[in-house]
Design a protein around this ligand. Structure first.
Ligand code: FMN
Length: 221
């Protein structure tokens, strides 16, 4: 009996070891909850920025941006930094990483529950994203591009066609959070609405009912 338990333990450890070594899941540092910039200053200073330094972002900066986009702010009820119709949370956040300190480039998906990112592609697919967003240079060069997507079925299942409206409103909430968080971190971003939906869907191999709603390149300014 004991050796069976030992065998199972070894298998679990082997799986965990392999998983960890693949670099597939990255635990993000906890978000900081204090800033030297007030919300009023952030609103005043928010501007769309399209040109960034080549410097990589830190993992703390990426953590902060992802938390602002969809992070859990109430662990008891799992409410998030963004409001959501019926608290259904249809938004899915992907991040194309070209340069972030300490992690390899690739495309990652944010898991708000665990505040971690899971690598889904080893390539940042930046050239393809650039082509799909009508060759906007800032998509090619930014150290990070956030791709906001939405599971339309989640919200439509409860609200019918009106759910579509809710999805786009929620995307706006999310993007504004990212804008303001970027001001606070002295980073630049711009909301990109001009892109080929089908192409982005193909590049990320999104599930059938999931569609991109916004792209946001981010970098130091
Ligand atoms: C729905 C929407 C779509 C946008 N799409 C793009 C885009 O594809 N490319 C771009 O460079 N800026 C885009 N922008 C940013 C606007 O150009 C920008 O917000 C506007 O010029 C006002 O400047 P400000 O954001 O600095 O106040 C978009 C903004 C919104 C709200």
């Amino acid at each position: 009996m004991e050796w069976i338990a030992m065998f199972i333990l070894i298998i679990i450890l082997l799986i965990r070891f392999t998983y960890a070594n693949n670099g597939k899941t990255i635990k993000l540092p906890s978000p900081l909850l204090k800033s030297s910039i007030s919300i009023e200053e952030a609103l005043l200073l928010r501007r769309s920025k399209r040109f960034y330094k080549d410097n990589p972002l830190t993992l703390q900066e990426l953590s902060q941006i992802l938390w602002a986009s969809q992070g859990i702010s109430d662990p008891d009820y799992k409410f998030r930094t963004c409001p959501s119709a019926g608290a259904l949370y249809p938004l899915e956040i992907y991040v194309s990483v070209l340069r972030v300190d300490g992690i390899e480039s690739g495309i990652y998906k944010y898991n708000p529950e665990k505040h971690e990112i899971v690598q889904i592609y080893k390539s940042s697919k930046r050239e393809e994203l650039y082509e799909a967003s009508l060759k906007q240079e800032w998509i090619k060069r930014a150290p990070v591009v956030i791709i906001i997507c939405a599971s339309f079925y989640k919200t439509k299942a409860r609200y019918g066609e009106r759910g579509i409206r809710y999805i786009y409103i929620e995307t706006g909430h999310c993007a504004q959070n990212i804008y303001l968080q970027c001001v606070s971190l002295n980073l630049g971003t711009v909301a990109i609405g001009a892109f080929d939906d089908d192409e982005i869907k193909r590049i990320l191999n999104l599930p059938k009912f999931e569609f991109p709603t916004y792209l946001m390149p981010i970098g130091k300014i």
